[in-house]
Design a protein. Structure first.
Lengths: 275, 307, 327
């Protein structure tokens, strides 16, 4: 008896909204450990800032940027990273799901597996780092002499939206590689956390190989440094002219292109097709 | 997904074997008993260290991965600190470009062995959380000591494979300054052993807090951040403003990273060096005692609660 | 069957190999060997059937199911489920089937059960009215009313299994695949579960594919049995036929009041062994030829029986015998 399928209710976003909504509700019930997590991530944010601050306790300029400019740089990079962490950071649970077999539950549902993985959680405890980043960003935007105008606003929006996209893509790259590696996070930390670290530094201090790597391969320079240069009307170092900042969407596209390829490769490996 | 690895010696198996062995000691006289007991203990610790050592060999790929990440971070940190030194006119808190390069690469080389922030295995806290730890305390081997011995074995294994490539890469790419006399390295080795111990004992104390807190993950990440920062992982403690430097030295953390690096690099020599090692010894004793006190209280709590 | 309907499951020479790496102690290179989990499996299941899929552990049952549901890609051969290619058309297939893996949960652990149901309804894009009536229906039949507001992780094993099955059936799939659903359940829970499955089948004509180690499940739920051994199909037919083919024997274990000689000459039974110098004796008998009662009577004629128990044929034993008999 071929059963006629009834028309589906809702739209394509209904499944995802349902899961995320429930995750938010779930996290609200973990009061105590949530508070500790929040405090912990606040401290991490502060410690990262403290490093910058200690350096500027000793020098006035780093890589052509003064402390106020660094505030802006730090704020942008950290905000993009922690937003990506909030939205997509939990994909690092993938190795656990694979090991326990719970990833199979994703295969049994009528949505793409990656989409399910990305929307499987919303890490609310990242809000603390977002807070720290916002404070730094506001300070950076107010302390510097910025010629406000549509260009600056556009650059800000571009940087934040596509910067977040770049880091999110890096997380997905890292997760995809977990299909092949055991304890693979040791390796992927080099471009996820390494990328975040590099993003909050003025790229002018990097030797050329590093500039090329973080400029074009793992293009985190697009998330904060180049936008900072544009907003503050500063020239870029050799190999990384400041106008490149307007090409940030392409950097994000590149990262996601690689991420989706790696994901394809990883799931194919998991499913046993093609080796 | 997980590859079955034969030859992985379990820490618990060793304890099991050794404690059975000690239980079979039947000396004819009291003095002999003490001797036999001491010999058995030393044999146990030796075996534990060896087990910790062997266990690492199955994580070869993870170690290569770890080296890669260490090197990447090394390059970034070197770039930052070079720019800082240059911006300060060539010397910064006593560091020149070369010596700060040494600092960066040695710290990257050591973080694996020293296990800063307890970022390594969570075996101890896992066992406390699921209650398996109770079994460990019924064994005639000292829990803190045995875990420490295993950790030293692990550190011994990761020190060269992880440390040497890092230093090499640093030396071949950006250049660094290392002393040519043997003394800094010898004293440095002692210092590293002490540093690993302090780091472990601090982490042990944090894990033991698991007797009171259900979920130690938040606490552990807090610990990881504070300890790495104050140990001089991000910037040398020498660069800290006065008050922060005082704060740092009131904790055992600088003894975990800053001190061994300063000794090996020759940044601190002679009687100064010996003094810092003495401070390390002090911290070893202190953290050991704190750990034991916490353990005692924790066990008492367990008994009361019928854990 | 009076008219040909498209098969709901169709396997043709389905095979799956795994490469196993083993590292010998102290050796640098790793050994590689190929493990054939599923070996040219072919069978067809028509809509509405209820099929038991049995075999020893590691015989390839879970692997087959993974290939049927699109989780794993076959090494060779083909599988078609609900007329679709499982891997390529996975998402469309997911709407038509419901799967329960006994050991792994598909529910959300930290939320009340009712939320899992509402999320799943959204995932399958069921319209609210239908979802609500279906959930109520399932909850009522599986007696899950009290458990609805409990977080899933606090449910007992029996409740959890029923919840998993309800979750798998929420979208009224055409095919339900259950992988070891009654493992670890107590007798009462098993009974309830079986009754529910029978009801569901009669109501909707859902096809059922059941993997289990429990012969009781097979007896009560399945009209057809597939036995797989080392990845190959060893038997395909009815359950009585299976017992007959195998000559499966039950074992009567008697505890005697006093030591006695081996009772090896009783009619229609074989003496398997004695313990305690003959105080406990194990006698195998063919369920087709005689009954436990008859055999007991024979034993009582010879000696005083203090206690007794009966062992059912071990599934591994049955399977082994099938494999040996079909070789």
């Amino acid at each position: 008896m071929a059963r006629a399928q009834p028309r589906a209710a809702g739209d394509w976003s209904t499944p995802y909204r349902a899961v995320i909504g429930s995750r938010i509700r779930a996290q609200r019930s973990y009061r105590a450990s949530f508070a500790l997590d929040l405090f912990g991530s606040l401290l991490i944010g502060l410690a990262e800032f403290a490093e910058v601050w200690v350096i500027f306790h000793n020098v006035r300029v780093l890589g052509g940027l003064d402390f106020n400019a660094i505030l802006l740089l730090f704020g942008l990079s950290n905000l993009a990273f922690s937003m990506a962490d909030l939205l997509v950071g939990h994909v690092d649970n993938l190795p656990t799901y694979v090991r326990m077999g719970t990833i199979d539950a994703f295969y049994l549902r009528p949505q793409p597996v990656l989409a399910q993985l990305v929307t499987s959680e919303l890490s609310l405890r990242r809000l603390a780092r977002i807070g720290v980043a916002l404070v730094a960003l506001s300070a950076g935007l107010t302390q510097n002499h910025i010629a406000w105008g549509p260009q600056v606003v556009a650059m800000l929006v571009l940087a934040l939206v596509f910067g977040t996209a770049i880091f999110a893509g890096l997380f997905v790259c890292a997760a995809s590689l977990q299909f092949f590696l055991i304890n693979g996070s040791e390796l992927t930390n080099s471009f996820t956390y390494g990328g975040s670290y590099a993003a909050s530094q003025p790229a002018s201090i990097f030797p050329t190989p590093l500039k090329m790597i973080f400029g074009y391969l793992v293009p985190v320079v697009f998330t904060a440094y180049l936008p900072t240069l544009v907003i503050l009307r500063l020239p870029g170092p050799s190999g990384l002219p400041s106008w490149l900042a307007w090409l940030t969407p392409f950097a994000a596209l590149w990262v996601w292109f690689v991420a989706l390829r790696l994901w394809r490769w990883g799931t194919r490996h998991y499913q046993g097709g093609g080796g | 997904m997980a590859t079955a690895t034969a030859g992985l010696t379990s820490f618990m198996e060793v304890i099991h074997a050794e404690s059975n062995r000690s239980a079979q000691l039947r000396p004819p006289y009291p003095e002999g008993y003490v001797l036999a007991f001491v010999r058995a203990q030393m044999r146990t610790y030796g075996q534990l260290a060896r087990a910790g050592f062997r266990r690492q060999s199955s994580y070869r790929l993870a170690m290569v991965a770890g080296v890669v990440t260490n090197i990447v971070f090394g390059f970034i940190r070197a770039a930052i600190l070079f720019a800082a030194v240059q911006s300060a006119g060539g010397t910064l808190a006593g560091y020149t470009r070369d010596t700060i390069s040494t600092y960066v690469w040695l710290s990257q080389a050591l973080i694996g062995a020293v296990n800063i922030g307890g970022s390594g295995s969570t075996e101890l806290s896992d066992r406390i959380r699921n209650g398996d730890i109770a079994v460990d305390f019924t064994r005639p081997v000292d829990v803190q000591g045995s875990y420490l011995a295993t950790d030293l074995g692990r550190a011994a294994f990761t020190l060269l494979p992880r440390g040497l490539p890092t230093v090499l890469v640093g030396a071949l790419t950006v250049g660094l300054a290392l002393p040519s006399r043997p003394w800094p390295y010898l004293l440095g080795l002692v210092s590293v052993v002490l540093a690993v111990s302090i780091s472990f004992l601090c982490g042990y104390a944090v894990s033991i807090l698991g007797f009171w807190l259900v979920e130690t993950r938040g606490l552990r990440s807090l610990y990881m951040v504070t300890s790495s920062f104050l140990a001089g992982l991000f910037v040398p403690v020498g660069l800290f403003p006065g008050w922060l430097s005082t704060l740092a030295h009131a904790t055992p953390f600088p003894s975990i990273l800053q001190v061994p690096i300063d000794i090996i690099s020759g940044h601190v020599v002679g009687t100064e060096a010996v003094k810092t090692v003495a401070v390390q010894c002090l911290w070893v004793v202190l953290t050991c005692l704190i750990g034991r006190a916490l353990t005692r209280d924790g066990l008492r709590k367990l008994e009361v609660q019928g854990g | 069957m009076t008219h040909q309907e498209p098969a709901i499951i169709e396997l043709a020479d389905l095979s799956r190999e795994f490469t196993v790496h083993r590292k010998g102690a102290g050796r640098l290179r790793r050994d590689r060997s190929t493990l054939t989990a599923v070996d040219r499996l072919s069978f067809v299941i028509a809509p509405g059937e209820s099929v038991g899929y049995i075999g020893a552990n590691g015989a390839g049952k879970s692997t087959t199911i993974k290939m049927l549901t699109g989780i794993l890609v076959p090494t060779s051969g083909s599988a078609r489920t609900c007329g679709l290619e499982p891997v390529r058309q996975r998402r469309e297939l997911a709407r038509r089937i419901g799967v329960v893996f006994g050991q792994r949960s598909q529910l959300w652990w930290d939320l009340p059960l009712r939320e899992s149901f509402s999320i799943l309804a959204a995932i399958h894009r069921l319209d609210t009215a239908r979802a609500r009536s279906r959930t109520t229906d399932l909850v009522e039949q599986l007696e899950m009313g009290q458990a609805l507001d409990t977080p899933v992780r606090q449910l007992s094993l029996g409740q959890r299994m029923r919840a998993e099955i309800a979750a798998a059936l929420l979208h009224s799939p055409d095919l339900v695949i259950l992988d070891e659903p009654t493992i670890g359940l107590d007798v009462l829970s098993k009974q309830r579960l079986r009754e529910f499955l029978i009801h569901e089948r009669t109501e909707r004509g859902t096809t059922l594919l059941l993997t289990t180690h429990d012969m009781g499940d097979i007896e009560r739920l399945c009209d057809r049995v597939l036995v797989v051994d080392h990845g190959r199909l060893a038997y395909d037919g009815s359950l009585p036929g299976l017992a007959a083919t195998v000559g499966a024997r039950r074992v009567l274990v008697v505890d005697l009041a006093a030591p006695a000689a081996d009772l090896s000459d009783l009619p229609d039974s074989e003496h398997l062994g004695s313990e305690g110098s003959g105080m406990r004796q194990r006698l195998a008998f063919d369920a087709e030829t005689t009954t436990a009662a008859t055999l007991l009577a024979e034993v009582s004629k010879r000696c005083e029986v203090r206690d007794l128990s009966i062992e059912e044929p071990d599934i591994e034993d049955v399977v082994r015998r099938i494999y040996q008999s079909t070789r």
